[in-house]
Design a protein around this ligand. Sequence first.
Ligand SMILES: NC(=O)c1ccc[n+]([C@@H]2O[C@H](COP(=O)([O-])OP(=O)(O)OC[C@H]3O[C@@H](n4cnc5c(N)ncnc54)[C@H](O)[C@@H]3O)[C@@H](O)[C@H]2O)c1
Ligand SMILES: O=C(O)CC[C@@H](O)C(=O)O
Length: 630
Amino acid sequence: MNKDKYFILDFDSTFTKVEALDELGEISLRDEQNKEEILQQIKELTDSAMNGNSSFSEGLTKRLQLLKANRKHLQELIAILQEKVSDSIHRNKAFFEEFADQVLIVSSGFKEFILPIVSAYGIKEENVHANTFEFDEQGNIIGYDPDNVLCQDKGKIKLLDQLGLSGDVYVLGDGYTDYEIKEAGLANKFYAFTENVVRDKVVEKAEHVAPTLEEFLYQNKLPMAVSYPKNRIKVLLLEGIHPNAVELFKLEGYQIETVPGALNEEELCNQVKDVSILGIRSKTQVTAKVLEHANRLMSIGAFCIGTNQIALDTCLKAGITVFNAPFSNTRSVVELALGEIIMLSRRIFDKSMKMHQGVWDKSAAGSIEVRDKKLGIVGYGNIGAQLSVLAEAMGMQVYYYDVVEKLQLGNARKCETLQELLQLADFVTLHVDGSPSNTNLFGKAEFDAMKPGAVFLNLSRGHVVEIPALVEALKSGKLAGAAVDVFPYEPASNNEEFVNELRGLANVILTPHIGGSTTEAQENIARFVPTRIMQYINTGNTYQSVNFPNIQLPELNNAHRLIHIHANVPGVLANINNALARNEVNILGQYLKTNEQIGYVITDIDKAYDKQVVSELRKIPHTIKFRILY
Ligand SMILES: NC(=O)c1ccc[n+]([C@@H]2O[C@H](COP(=O)([O-])OP(=O)(O)OC[C@H]3O[C@@H](n4cnc5c(N)ncnc54)[C@H](O)[C@@H]3O)[C@@H](O)[C@H]2O)c1
Ligand SMILES: O=C(O)CC[C@@H](O)C(=O)O
């Protein structure tokens, strides 16, 4: 490391999350009646000075007068500040210790509270430049040392001038006075630090913005506590994903962009560039072409159950993990299906429409109870099986058909063939997955095989049913009614018209793919999917991934984790281990899982190793992706 580099940090709202004088006011004005008013005045004075809108020295004098603080308040203030050190500063204590000779605190705050905080991070007393209080005999703070340049306007510039540092100077701070050091030609670079507060005027002027200390360290190739700055991870969330998901990603420190509707292929090709995490629901098609443009994509979150809209195989070959929410909205779909079964058997929608038009049609014609009727469930998975239990509770006889062997719940009876189910069911409801092999699973032959007057429901996927055949079965009177929630083509957003031959048919309930659209389901999904993705990013865990070999990894403990994704061809694991052996790297744990296409190897190693091994591991033939976590 070049000894002639100096790192100048501001204290208030940079080293700590807060402005210390605001905190001091909370303590010293505790018993004042108009405390809130005075604190507001202090805050306004601070903001005005930090934004470069008023004289710093005048503001400081006024703030101290308003504070009415005493020496005895300082201990309490220090205890508060110790808890409020900025998160990224706290994480990177080792940096301050290692570069103790080159880190300077330059602040217009006061040494009395700054020193105890920063010295705990190894920062040297002689490198702390700040004001000092003046006290009266009772210990009241009555002012500050007027000879200290830091209490004056342009004080930081004057101090830097006095210090005459010979070498490169980097300034990190949130305030205008920090920027002014660079403006005055006394620093090589100024980084606007925005982890705690974003001052637009400062950010506009800054050539560099550091949302965390790690961003500053990363840009300057300095050692840091994490393997990659989280603020560099871009998340693109489409289709109105629930705001709780946005919050979770924000808390993690990621950059987030949200789009209310779906994007078409071309739009997504443009938007996916530099995105690390893509969040979608059922409408966005993540095609092979989109993935070609996804230069940094690590993970896709399907904020729903279905993943048929994603080119899963291409994702796998590109080392992109895909996660979904397999259970979070299942209950909502089941409740909607149950409600529709009853509504259809009483022709409620037709009757309600007529009532809205002023027609009173009191009649029992075409209305039946569901009790004792036969419900045929096609696809006895998470949704089908739950529906089975609730439908039985309503007194229905449940039959199901599935392509794989499934546990029969309650008194449900298994059908050996789809034909068998179609011939006996009064209600047929589809809950199969949306794999391409299920395209047109239901067409003319299947509707012909159903009982006359039966009712049909599809809440699975649109392409599973041939709509013209369904229309024909309804128009001919073969079917008494239908409920359809999913369509071969669905509008990309709420602004597009829904065009479909099912429109206008009697006793047909049409819903805009809302089977899983309840508050509960969307909140569950918004927690489930981000949690899986963040675990993958932070630990390499692929548990519950849709396409990757599933590995549940232990927490990373005092080790570095090498994550290697490669094409599943012979010899890659041997090459990895040979590289580690050649470089005398001590392996603490190794986990491997493969599927037909890829191998996923995680190796935990001792923290001390020659970085040469990293470039060797990256170069191993058939490597798809490689990263290190710590
Ligand atoms: N309408 C909505 O808003 C909404 C919400 C959630 C899920 N879904 C869709 O509902 C469907 C079911 O979801 P799930 O969570 O129960 O899925 P799941 O994977 O748990 O169950 C699907 C079941 O269908 C079976 N299956 C597949 N093909 C079949 C076939 N040809 N014949 C018979 N059985 C077959 C599978 O073996 C499996 O048991 C999916 O298509 C999903 O995308 C829709
Ligand atoms: O919310 C969605 O867009 C899709 C809901 C549903 O079809 C699913 O697959 O979970």
